[in-house]
Ligand binder design. Structure first.
Ligand code: BDR
Length: 313
């Protein structure tokens, strides 16, 4: 099994990411580390704890991390995720406890234990990962692969070029991109290529399972409201929770095709948070990131259907 850490700011689509990860018998979630992002840390750590409890992840460590971005002022995304991050859904209480150590120490300890096999899926601002890499310089050699949900090859969703996660902490993102860790960027354009149609989403929600009532059906109602907000955007008629797409890239290596390219992050000015992909390598830098170039959308749909089947048992 692939040892996995999910660094996350739950977040509605973060919850989809965790549920999808946990439906796979190919991964073992060793830790869930919470970061501030979609909503403040007080909510993201609580949601992470409750989601871990809901999924029965007894042996998985859940730790709280950064409360604020490294340098820029904090901005959150309640508009998309509601005040509590779960769109108003009250997740079931749990006796699952938060780790006594902060996220960066848990990340380091778990990577050390995994002896070079650890994969990290980071679906929030990259503050925890940047702090971990700064605090433990040897950490970069212990991460087998890092897959992030972040960035955009064309336009942003939070500013003209800024995708929310990278935009929310651009300095952390730049530290992570330049750290020398093998990494994959599942950016907004990749998410546009990998989605469920309205019909497929309805089919998925109709596949009753143990999380239908306390999660998927509630989220389906929210998607109805989201439809009007998305009208006229590239996401209209597409159900593509970005963080779930990101874990899907780990679960199915053939979902996307990739190219290794040099990528850097703009940390100031009107393009702050932009992920600059040097497609023609004009700057002659060593490629540091796998960038998505194509997708086989049906594979994503299949993973969702499979998740519903697994949880129906
Ligand atoms: C990303 O930002 C957040 O709102 C989502 O959870 C996702 O990680 C999409 O830009």
């Amino acid at each position: 099994k692939i040892p996995l850490i999910i660094d996350t700011d739950p977040g509605v689509d973060d919850a989809f990411c965790m549920l999808l990860a946990n439906s796979s018998d190919r991964v073992e979630i060793r830790a869930i580390t919470a970061v501030a992002g979609n909503v403040p840390l007080c909510h993201t750590k609580e949601n992470a704890r409750r989601l871990a409890g809901m999924m029965g992840l007894r042996g998985t460590r859940v730790a709280a991390g950064a409360e604020k971005p490294l340098i820029v002022p904090q901005e959150t995304a309640e508009m998309a995720h509601g005040k509590n991050g779960m769109g108003g859904l009250e997740l079931p209480e749990t006796d699952k406890e938060l780790d006594l150590l902060p996220a960066w120490d848990v990340i380091y300890e778990e990577c050390k234990k995994a002896e070079g096999e650890m994969q990290i899926v980071a679906v929030g601002p990259l503050t925890n990962i940047a702090i971990a890499l700064l605090k433990y310089p040897e950490l970069k050699g212990l991460i087998k692969h890092l897959i992030i949900m972040g960035g955009a090859q064309t336009t942003g969703n939070h500013s003209p070029y800024g995708e929310f996660n990278v935009w929310a902490d651009p300095h952390a993102a730049e530290i992570v991109f330049q750290a020398g860790v093998p990494m994959t960027m599942i950016d907004l354009d990749a998410c546009h290529m990998s989605y469920l149609t309205d019909e497929e989403y309805d089919t998925f929600v109709g596949m009753k399972n143990r999380y239908s009532e306390n999660f998927f059906e509630f989220m389906a109602k929210r998607e109805e409201e989201r439809k009007s907000r998305m009208a006229g955007t590239p996401f209209a008629g597409k159900h593509s929770p970005p963080d779930a797409v990101t874990i899907a890239a780990l679960l199915d290596e053939d979902l996307f095709t990739y190219e290794w390219l040099p990528v850097s992050v703009e940390t100031h000015g009107p393009c702050m948070g932009r992920t600059v992909v040097d497609y023609r390598n004009r700057e002659g830098k060593t490629p540091n990131c796998r960038v998505v170039r194509g997708a086989d959308r049906q594979r994503f749909v299949n993973l969702f259907y499979k998740m519903a089947e697994v949880y129906a048992k």
